[in-house]
Every structure is written in structure tokens, then in C-alpha cells.
Write a protein that binds this ligand. Structure first.
Ligand code: NZQ
Ligand code: ZN
Length: 383
């Protein structure tokens, strides 16, 4: 196992009714910037609970943070927070609102050009942030990462700082009952792919991390379809919510090689063609696994055996079956796995490659050998 340092300070309040804990978690006397997306929190009762819990706090509400949060929108939120002298941020939503709020938290403590914070400059201070999660998917609720979209530059820009871990995260599975099927599917696929990217590389003498990853994958496979069938099954939602958090809170990736190529190629597809984040993953992951079947052979066989119960037949057959089952699972979750299903064809390949080159994403994967030629072959398989 490789050396690692593990740190995750986010306090989790999990379960029904936990929104009431907001009043204990936000320091008394805070001036709170409350951020959210479009209208969903008003229609599903989440806002009513938050408003109740925040009685007595001074609140400035900023709505309209988009899916794939936009740089310009977030700067407007930061302006509002500055004008209102906010000193705490409460994000209510999914990955986009939480990521966007992390960026706002950093911008408010930075004197230079905010774009610096997305192009290499690490935040040296940030406002404290808490969140109420309404969509189980990204793990942003208890990690220090974010991704902001810059529309003019057609870029999704990732950033990271240990200062940006939320101080606390409220995870009430009931908040997810109102998700439309498309977002249920997206959430399960995103958490599944986060797990795969920290698991399906090469053996690293880390049996605990392997079994932990397999536990997450098996749970997502079992519970995911149930959420589509019965959206108000509390226990199903609770299991999915906890899986999604665990898939990207840092623990799974401790001491093991990782391969984030699917995410990196996927981000370019979202920036260029506006596919949902998870749609890009559902398209790229099966293609990437097929392209990398030799270098990932040992782990693919383990994945086939332990996750998809492929115990018999030749190695090639077991791998084929595992790859087919992965694709079928995404499709079963309602997330299409071919670029053609999103009206995209081979014409996109040169554009995606140009973006990857521009962003210096030319040596991806656990062996850093996914260059532009390999990415081109992956995209070709994804058509
Ligand atoms: O804006 P509202 O009206 O709230 O609607 C949202 C949005 O349209 C809706 N929604 C959320 N909760 C709902 C709900 N609708 C009904 N009921 C609810 N309870 O869902 C839509 C999508 O929301 P969004 O936050 O965009 O989804 P998700 O959580 O999948 O986040 C995606 C973003 O996270 C980034 C992605 O790149 C993308 O920008 N990621 C962040 C990561 C991280 N911080 O670690 C890692 C991920 O790999 C990912 O890159
Ligand atoms: Zn993701």
C-alpha cells in the first residue's frame, strides 16, 4: 500500500429531521449567505425547514446557481455576500450549488482576479461553509473539491483546497425524494464511477480498499434501480446518499492508484456540448475500460468476479460480461451510454482532443499513458 495522509473534518448529520441542527452548527450572530439553485427547494419543503432552523440569524439568500455552476453567476453571489457583509455560507443543493459555494467562499477572501483561483492559485483563506444536500452524487458535501464552468472559455475548471471542506453537511434522505428520474440516475452513475476510478486500476496490495469499493459498487447496483421504481423509499434513498458521500470523501482512495481519465474527458464533453456530468461518465467509462482491458486486466477480472459474479468461462468472456453488465446498469438507471444517443458523432472527437491538449490533459490514467491518441480511441469506442 502507498503512503497517504487522510484528513476529513466535515461533520455529518445524517437522517430525517436533521436540518433542525443548522441552528446549532452555524455560529450565533453569523450573517449567512444562503445559496441555492433553481426552484426545487421551494417545492419540496426543504426551504421551509431551513428557514425555520435559521430563525434569529441574519440571512442573505442567493438563488439561481445553475447545474454546472457558472463563473459569472458565482461572482454575482460573491458581490452580494460582500455587500451584506456575510461571514458564513450555507449551500442548499447538489454538487453544483455546493461547488459553487466553495468558490464563493474562496473568492470572498481573495484580493486578486477570481479566475486565478481556478487556474492554479490555491486559496489561502476561505469563509466557513456548511451544506444541506439535496442530491446524492458528487460527494462535494464532504470533500475539498469543486468544479466551476467558464462559459466564454468553454471550460470546466476544477479547484481544490483543504480550506474548502464544508464544516458540516446535513444529509436528510427525504430531501432527495423530489429528484426527477434523470437526476436519480445521474447520481447513482456518478457515485459508481467515482468508486471505479479509485478501484479499477491495478492490484496494489490494498484488500480493504478493494472490498470497500466492491461494497459500494454492489450497494449502488442493488439500491439504484429501487430508487427509480419507488422514489419515496426512505431506506433506499438513505443507502444511496451514504454511498455517494463515501465514494468521494477521500477514504476510498487512500493508498491506492487512481485513474480519473473518465472524469477529465467527461468534463470536456460537458463544457463543449452541455451533457450532464453523469451522462459524460456513462459514455466514457465503458469505452475506457474496453480500451484499457489489457493494462487493467487483473482488476477487471476481480471486478467481474466479485461485483458481477463472473466465475466461469475464459478470462476474455468474464471481462466481456463485466463490461456489458456495467453498460447495462447505466442504461437501466436511465443514463444512455453512447455519444450517438446525445446526437453527437465522430465530428466531436477533434474538438475534445483540442480541449484536452489545451488543458494539458495528455497523460491521464493510473500509468499516465492515456495520451491524445488513446483518448481518441476511447472517444471512437464511445460513439
Ligand atoms: O437548481 P434546482 O432547482 O435545485 O435543480 C437541481 C438541478 O437542476 C436539481 N435538484 C437538486 N436537488 C433536487 C433537484 N431537483 C429536485 N429535487 C431535489 N431534491 O438537480 C439538477 C442538477 O443538480 P446539480 O447540483 O448540478 O447535480 P450534481 O449533484 O450531479 O452536481 C453536478 C456538478 O458537480 C460537479 C460536476 O462537475 C457538476 O458541475 N462535480 C463535483 C465534484 C466534487 N465537488 O467533488 C466531483 C464530481 O465528479 C463532479 O465533477
Ligand atoms: Zn463525478
Amino acid at each position: 500500500m502507498r503512503n497517504f495522509s487522510f484528513y476529513n473534518p466535515t461533520k455529518i448529520h445524517f437522517g430525517e429531521g436533521q436540518i433542525a441542527k443548522l441552528s446549532k452548527e452555524i455560529p450565533p450572530g453569523s450573517r449567512v449567505l444562503v445559496t441555492h439553485g433553481g426552484g426545487s427547494i421551494f417545492n419540496n419543503g426543504v426551504w421551509a425547514q431551513v428557514e425555520q432552523a435559521l430563525q434569529g440569524f441574519s440571512i442573505s439568500r442567493f438563488g439561481g446557481i445553475e447545474a454546472n455552476p457558472q463563473f459569472d453567476t458565482l461572482l454575482r453571489a460573491a458581490e452580494q455576500a460582500k455587500a451584506e457583509q456575510c461571514d458564513f455560507i450555507l449551500a442548499i443543493g447538489g454538487g453544483s450549488v455546493i461547488d459553487g459555494s466553495k468558490f464563493i467562499a474562496a473568492v470572498l477572501c481573495y484580493d486578486g482576479d477570481p479566475l486565478d483561483l481556478l487556474t492554479g492559485t490555491k486559496a489561502s483563506a476561505a469563509l466557513p461553509l456548511g451544506c444541506v444536500l439535496t442530491l446524492a452524487a458528487t460527494g462535494s458535501e464532504s470533500n475539498p473539491h469543486g468544479v466551476v464552468t467558464h462559459a466564454e472559455r468553454q471550460e470546466k475548471l476544477p479547484f481544490f483546497s483543504p480550506l474548502l471542506f464544508p464544516r458540516f453537511a446535513i444529509l436528510d434522505p427525504r430531501c432527495t425524494f423530489s429528484l426527477p428520474p434523470r437526476q436519480i440516475g445521474n447520481g447513482v452513475v456518478d457515485a459508481f464511477v467515482h468508486t471505479i476510478e479509485q478501484y479499477l486500476t491495478y492490484p496494489a496490495d490494498a484488500p480493504l480498499q478493494d472490498r470497500y469499493a466492491e461494497g459500494l459498487l454492489l450497494t449502488l447496483i442493488e439500491e439504484g434501480p429501487k430508487a427509480l421504481e419507488n422514489p419515496e423509499d426512505y431506506n433506499v434513498r438513505a443507502n444511496l446518499m451514504w454511498c455517494a458521500t463515501q465514494a468521494l470523501n477521500g477514504l476510498l482512495g487512500c493508498g491506492v492508484p487512481q485513474d480519473w481519465a473518465t472524469h477529465m474527458i467527461g468534463h470536456e464533453l460537458t463544457a463543449l456540448y452541455h451533457l450532464d456530468h453523469a451522462q459524460t461518465l456513462a459514455v466514457i467509462l465503458p469505452a475506457l475500460l474496453a480500451e484499457r482491458r489489457d493494462s487493467k486486466r487483473a482488476k477487471l477480472l476481480q471486478y467481474a468476479e466479485r461485483v458481477w459474479q463472473q466465475h466461469e468461462g475464459s478470462e476474455e468472456l468474464r471481462i466481456d460480461n463485466a463490461l456489458a453488465a456495467t453498460r447495462e446498469f447505466f442504461e437501466r438507471m436511465g443514463v444512455a451510454t453512447r455519444l450517438s444517443a446525445y446526437q453527437l458523432d465522430g465530428g466531436v472527437i477533434p474538438q475534445v482532443l483540442a480541449q484536452l491538449k489545451q488543458h494539458k490533459l495528455t497523460s491521464l490514467g493510473e500509468h499516465r499513458d492515456i495520451d491524445l491518441e488513446v483518448s481518441a480511441r476511447i472517444l471512437l469506442r464511445a460513439l
